[in-house]
Design a protein around this ligand. Sequence first.
Ligand SMILES: *Cc1c(COP(=O)(O)O)cnc(C)c1O
Length: 379
Amino acid sequence: MQKIIDFIQNIYNTKEFIPLHEPRFIGNEKKYLNDCIDSTFVSSVGKYVDLFEKNFAKRVGSKYAIATVNGTSALHISLILAGVEKNDEVITQALTFIATCNAISYIHAKPVFVDVDLDTMGLSPKSLKNFLETNCEIKDNLCFNKRTNNFIKACIPMHTFGHSCRIDEIKEICDEWNIVLVEDAAESLGTYYKNKHTGTFGKLGAFSFNGNKIITAGGGGVIVTDDEVLAKRAKHITTTAKVPHKYEYVHDEIGFNYRMPNLNAALLVAQLEQLDTFIKSKRDLALKYEELFKTYENIDFIKEPKDSKSNYWLQAVLVKNVDERDEFLDFTNKNGVMTRPIWKLMNELDLFKDCMSSNLDNSKYLEERIINITSSVLV
Ligand SMILES: *Cc1c(COP(=O)(O)O)cnc(C)c1O
């Protein structure tokens, strides 16, 4: 195990504490930030928000991008736009970060958990199909859960650690069952599935620019869609639902103050310019790890699944023996190299323990074995 510590200290060229994932500000960040401050337009109006939205949409290949204050709010608004209402259900994976389930809960809707695929760590089309065929029927042209008597309005798969799930198959199933597909692409900026950018398969997609994501502004998020009506509505309800007017304050519904400040957008314009460099570094790092872990019989390095060109946002290994997970975590963290386990399954949190779920064997298998290892971009 000392060999792993030496290896990581060697690539990062330090014997000091090595965090799991550090942001890098090595482009035009200070220049744009200064420009933004000098303009005094630091808040919710300003040219960087518009510029970032334009650049982002172009980068991922969506028609529209609407910047928000963080990824959770992007998910929250996406679900509202997908038509999710109180007491509805939303299918997602139990193996995800809590933000996905928080966004569902803000609407007083309920998550329903299906299993993930072992190779993608993302929502399994097979598990989804099986769940729907066993428990649901079409009623009033919507997907109706016969066990709970609720409608399933949306499905949010997540692209775990920047590896794409089988999003085309998931889309097909959702279309068949009249379920709106919303992608939690918070971790997968720059990741393509069969040459199409993740987050652009669904009706709506949400990204995050939290401090640990592949590009960051400290905080931030964005909604992408090809639907002009939804895009306009996203902008409207994230900006207090104010009706455009020269000076009057007229609001036509209860909106949200979810708009991204211009300061954050200035940072993000600079960060987005470096995305390709960051991804190249992460993909190179993945190759190095792959070589290293080939020499360990009981540890597998997680490689991009078939059809996914991954951003390798967070690097991960899988220990074959459950007992070795804590050993790995203890040893690395004690020796100055930060590592951490994957999230606790959502259905195991008290908050969601009453939610309906399918068999979650794969999710459990991965939960017990996956460890994230040092992933910062090499400079
Ligand atoms: C980071 C993240 C989000 C959004 O997080 P914010 O901190 O609100 O930007 C949502 N889902 C997943 C899976 C994430 O990793």
